[in-house]
Design a protein around this ligand. Structure first.
Ligand SMILES: NC(=O)c1ccc[n+]([C@@H]2O[C@H](COP(=O)([O-])OP(=O)(O)OC[C@H]3O[C@@H](n4cnc5c(N)ncnc54)[C@H](OP(=O)(O)O)[C@@H]3O)[C@@H](O)[C@H]2O)c1
Length: 292
């Protein structure tokens, strides 16, 4: 049975890739939204219909105004873990439902089973939430399709070959819009309480093939050249934390030579097929064009 809760939903990470889309999806469904950001100026990037709250997950008491009177929380945690117990305690005292943006660290596929600090962070937050009486849904996207924007768009815009490690590693990128649509649905439909969903795209594609799909969307071939993991590590210095680089390299290394893990969760929950990576690339082609 579908039952809905019409109290506002507090979206944390509301200015981020997934949270921002969740805000739109909830508003489209007629659900009142509270959007959390640490920076009041970010309000300009959020829809006027969302109520903006300033708060910081590392300062648990700063969340109280946003939590008071809310029915559910979309929880995105990219902050250090130290304040997670105090934040979860506050959530449990104020709201009934939480939908956590986590990762597929329990999924029995080598790509997801390499130990890393992000998996530990997510597992720790899941344990804290499980110890409360909150109605909980855990959303576990695999590789987000939008990662390609950060990874490959600058090189492609510059008209250069994409040089990248583990070109043969296979993933099934999931469209951020599908992740947001599932998250929103589970926030306002209470029959998803207890749900634990691994979200992937439809198709296992090597990283080199993904670059090829972006080239198809642009109407020209993009050359792909293999880079060694050591070169990737040294070129990434200063641009990303070393533990993130190690996490990616070990996951890609483990994913070579076997198909990516693919689930039907997006279709099962939304009743429509997930967007393909080809569709994602077509819809975002302009971001890979020179001068974008
Ligand atoms: N990339 C992937 O392929 C992938 C796959 C599976 C899971 N995930 C998970 O997805 C999550 C990231 O989601 P995303 O990519 O949508 O986020 P994102 O674009 O990196 O944005 C981070 C968001 O977190 C907010 N934030 C950061 N520190 C905060 C703090 N101390 N207090 C309150 N808010 C804070 C930021 O808000 P303000 O700056 O406005 O305050 C921003 O909205 C991570 O948990 C990641 O592990 C990612």
């Amino acid at each position: 049975m579908n039952s809905t809760d019409t109290r506002p939903v507090l979206v944390t990470g509301a200015t981020g890739r997934v949270g921002r889309l969740v805000v739109d999806q909830l508003l489209d469904a007629g659900v009142p939204v509270r959007a959390l950001t640490r920076h009041p100026a970010a309000a300009a990037t959020l829809p006027a219909k969302a109520e903006i709250f300033t708060g910081d997950l590392t300062e648990p008491e700063s969340l109280d105004p946003a939590l008071r009177g809310a029915g559910a929380v979309f929880l995105v945690w990219t902050a250090p873990p130290r304040t997670a117990p105090a934040v979860i305690e506050r959530l449990a005292a104020q709201v009934r439902r939480v939908v956590l943006l986590s990762s597929p660290h329990r999924t029995p596929h080598p790509f997801f089973r390499q130990p890393n600090p992000m998996a530990e962070l997510h597992a720790g937050i899941e344990r804290l939430i499980a110890a409360t009486g909150l109605e909980t849904t855990v959303i576990r996207p695999g590789m987000l399709a939008s990662n390609s924007l950060a990874w490959w768009a600058p090189t492609i815009r510059a008209g250069k070959a994409v040089r990248w490690p583990y070109g043969a590693a296979e993933t099934a990128p999931v469209d951020d819009r599908d992740v947001a649509a599932v998250s929103a649905r589970t926030l306002y439909q209470r029959d998803h309480a207890g749900g634990d969903y691994v979200l992937t795209g439809t198709e296992s594609l090597t990283q080199a093939a993904q670059v090829g799909v972006i080239g198809d969307a642009l109407g020209h071939r993009i050359a792909f050249e293999e880079m060694t993991p050591d070169e990737f590590r040294s070129l990434s210095e200063g641009a990303a934390p070393s533990e993130v680089i190690d996490m990616l390299l070990t996951a890609w290394s483990a994913a070579v030579g076997q198909p990516a893990y693919v689930t039907s969760a997006v279709a099962d929950i939304l009743g429509t097929a997930p967007r393909t990576f080809r569709q994602w690339a077509a819809d975002h082609a302009s971001a890979f064009e020179p001068g974008s």
